[in-house]
Design a protein around this ligand. Sequence first.
Ligand code: HSE
Length: 300
Amino acid sequence: MKFKVSVPATSANVGPGFDMMGLAFDMFNRFTFETGGDGLSITGCEAQFAKAETNLVYKTLEKTLQSYGRPVPAMNIHFDTDLPLCSGLGSSSTCIVAGIMAANQIGGLNFDKGEILRIASLIEGHPDNVAPAILGGFVAAIIENDFVYWHEYSISDKLSFYALMPDVRVSTEEARRILPKSYSLSDCIYNLSRVPLLVEGLEKADEQLIRAGCKDRLHQSYRLSLIPEGDKVFNYVKESDNAITTYVSGAGPTIVAIVVNDDDSFGKEIADYCDTLSLNWRVRKMHVNHRGASLKIIRP
Ligand code: HSE
């Protein structure tokens, strides 16, 4: 059996929606699975991840098959990845989702998308990357009693998202460890009250609502301290007349700029600005991916 799983990049939190909402983008990690042969081989990824114990796709696949009493066959897994690692664009979620979808295919488990989302969220610990990775679009989700509740929101096609990706890695563990253990009531209210405004703003491409809604007091200021030149880029975008606003994507270091009716002015402006910085910042315009993860059979 040979098949390919494609999983989109995701941008979690989107400002105030810490651990509960995210967007899927048109940038993909692709994984080709071919069963048979002798043992396990993993190709196309960094050498440190080419082993059963360190490869998140394989570990997820193996754990899923074993927990449903299915044998784990010999196989090759080939990585063809566009997403930078530890960049805040959901690369580990792509591995978890691909591992579960591959187990579903190999083990004939008949999972629907809801079950894939439930398993993936329990592995990741929060659903805000895996939900849009599986479903596509703009999704809010919560885990309660091992069950995932989710809702897909519409998002205006007048909006563009620029991912500003510095050439550094930030580990999600570290970016979670530095967060406070408790928050003031006013900081909680600050974020909670903004989420519905932002959701409405993104649906209608309403600049005022997006600007007012896409703010945060729970994680971004702490995480910007882990991103070299992060503050500079964040503040530059906030002041730009060509962008509505900005947020730290997931745990960072990628910073996302939201632009309405894009005429490429922002893309040119930010590329020029990034050229003045010390780090190499890659600028990529993203469109929302509405399809989510997909699986294509190459050979039954
Ligand atoms: N919501 C998560 C965080 C996304 O901000 O830590 C990164 O996995």
